[in-house]
Design a binder for this molecule. Sequence first.
Ligand SMILES: CC(C)(COP(=O)(O)OP(=O)(O)OC[C@H]1O[C@@H](n2cnc3c(N)ncnc32)[C@H](O)[C@@H]1OP(=O)(O)O)[C@@H](O)C(=O)NCCC(=O)NCCS
Length: 320
Amino acid sequence: MGSGNVKIIQYLVDTRGLWPGAAKTKDLESEASRALALLTEDEKAAVLRYYFVADAKMSLTSHLLKHRVVSVYANVPWPETKLTRDAKTKPVYVDPATGKQPVFFNVSHQAGLVSLVAAAGYDGQVDVGTDIVCTSERRTRDHRVVDTEGWGKFVDMHADVFGRSEAGYLKGDLLSSQSQPGLPQLARGEEIVDFKLRAFYTLWCLREAYVKMTGEALLAPWLEDLEFRNFRAPQPGEGFVQTDGDAYVEEVIREHEVWFKGKKIDDANICLRSLGPDFMTCSAVRTPEKKEDALGWELGPYEFLTMDKILSDAEARMST
Ligand SMILES: CC(C)(COP(=O)(O)OP(=O)(O)OC[C@H]1O[C@@H](n2cnc3c(N)ncnc32)[C@H](O)[C@@H]1OP(=O)(O)O)[C@@H](O)C(=O)NCCC(=O)NCCS
């Protein structure tokens, strides 16, 4: 095991303005032919099966990012970046020569944005997870449910994927906690609901990143034993623009109280970031054989990649 030359990679791609000529998923066959040509036949077919073109664009981008990180960081020609799934169904790349994973990665997509977190160059197992959420994607529907059913019911609808204490915290202690900056003074009605929804999606983002890090996803039998306590939402940022380079970030939160089966744990490095007014990202990494390694890694800002760069880099790696 060694932590010496470890590289943490964090990518973000905003797909919302890509392939504007594609009104329907089928249009991607011509509009995104250059990108689709970089996928396997199965991946291409899976992308083109999405009903909504926005989902197809995110899936296409997700595939490209996974192949890219393997090609670049395992130094494999693009056509040999064969992606498979591990025993828990998490997408992985296994080097056929060694049977090992030279780079560990995970992707997430929501509301047009796609994130990838990866770790390369570590001699040992690395578990990585990422999640991206958009607090406003379902705002109208969320507000309608809260207005008609009440906040408690809204939380309870999702209680089966939360930890034991989390639903109670969201329903009761959230507003009385002193550690929740961001609620305007004398806030009322809609502002209070937006504040609560932002806390709800923060918890969602933290939990998804952690659960995806473990690879167990929805099958995890211990979902209710995992609890984030006294968490808080990162402050909303201003807008962000898709350029090559670092994403604009408003607030970064690196300390979280994580409990497992009633005990406080510190097995993972978990970093939560706001991205513009509505998005937030969470990266989670751990090195199960020596937890101090991952706990010491710097989880900096995500790097925005443009589609042009992804495609030209990929094409240059066809026979590397
Ligand atoms: C399978 C699951 C991880 C997918 O999540 P999702 O909500 O669709 O959203 P995301 O966009 O964040 O993640 C999708 C990516 O997860 C990855 N993924 C699939 N199975 C995975 C697994 N077992 N472990 C980790 N990542 C996985 C895939 O790469 C997928 O993207 P791709 O199909 O483009 O390759 C999810 O359904 C799940 O099980 N979540 C955890 C359960 C939970 O507790 N959720 C509530 C938290 S409050």
